[in-house]
Design a protein around this ligand. Sequence first.
Ligand code: 6PG
Length: 243
Amino acid sequence: MKPDVRICADINELSVRAAEATVRIVTEAARGARRCSLVLSGGSTPRTLYRLLASQFDKKIPWAELHIFWGDERYVPLVDPTSNYRMAKEALLDHVPCPPANIHPMPTHVPSPDAAARHYEATLRGFFAGTRPCFDLVLLGVGTDGHTASLFPGSPVLAETTRWVRAASAPTDPPTRVTLTWPALIAASNIHVLVAGSNKADALRHVLDESPDPRVYPAARIRSAEGSVIWWADRDAAGGFLL
Ligand code: 6PG
């Protein structure tokens, strides 16, 4: 199926349109189920979106019903400058009335990355109470090598079929990660992928290609997700795809 690519002028337009979509999805989900689940991406691209959710859109989000999770985390203390939790805390969570009990960071304080993964999986299985991990919205990014979350090219974690969370190795610092796996990601009702910058054009072109190899470009696997997938790309990132 042809991917749903929404091309935006720049990171600002991309972030506003992705924020509008986030508001629509979480408000609809909360209206029905009285709670909703949002998975945050790490990296730098989503920072503008997070800041918008904390400012321009903060009154439109049902914070009391919203549960926040992470798609991946660096295995560092949550106060570490490279922590995905810390980035989201500074850009979003410190500025909105989301109940602390609704914020579920990956527990990087536990003694090993595998223990952290198992601990987080228990959190997710408790939240979804025996059903599949059907997050209302998962936000993801794409690396210049085509990775997403901490699912990197050639990683053995790409082949995981039962565990929802695994420890993983990254080719860049910090090298040790904890990541949701495809079984945890693929069942989401909505996945929105945020891609900006000319340095992502080559990876995005391969990811959105006719028949990409998800072992080489893991983000391509997002296209087989069960729910709705939208690729939010700025012109610089979409350059290769448009050609
Ligand atoms: C991480 C992210 C990772 C990120 C991509 C894109 O922990 O770094 O989860 O998957 O989304 O690497 O990162 P940028 O947005 O910084 O380009």
